[in-house]
Design a protein around this ligand. Sequence first.
Ligand SMILES: [Ca+2]
Length: 144
Amino acid sequence: MAEKIKGLLVAGTMAAGFILATGTPAAAAYTCNDNEVCFYDGGDYTGTVLVAVHGGNGTLTKKGTGQVLDDFSGLTFSNGTNANDRVSSVINNTGWCIDIYPHSWYGSENGQTYWLPKDSRSNMPSSLHDQVSSSRFVWGLEGC
Ligand SMILES: [Ca+2]
């Protein structure tokens, strides 16, 4: 009788471990909410994320801390790792366009500035993949 109970406990532990292991990847990707801009470390909106909201005067600020997204070297993803030169995909769930820059303080070089329309999403082009260092709202462009 003792042997039978022991065997059942082992089987139960293994089943629980299997559920945890297979459930983790599906829970990893953050679902970007309305009025948020979400910067993902992974392509196709996966991996750890930096979530931003409108901070006034056209700025994007990190949700929860209020840090302005003018220099990603001072910002972290939700898992605590530094966000500078790591972003691979972005979701813009706001009603305004955003500009995404390869340098801090909204700096760019020819052809590198990238803008994302309102309510849209994109993987970063090769010129910005793992190179994003600042971002803000932009107006005046057609469609923005
Ligand atoms: Ca990345």
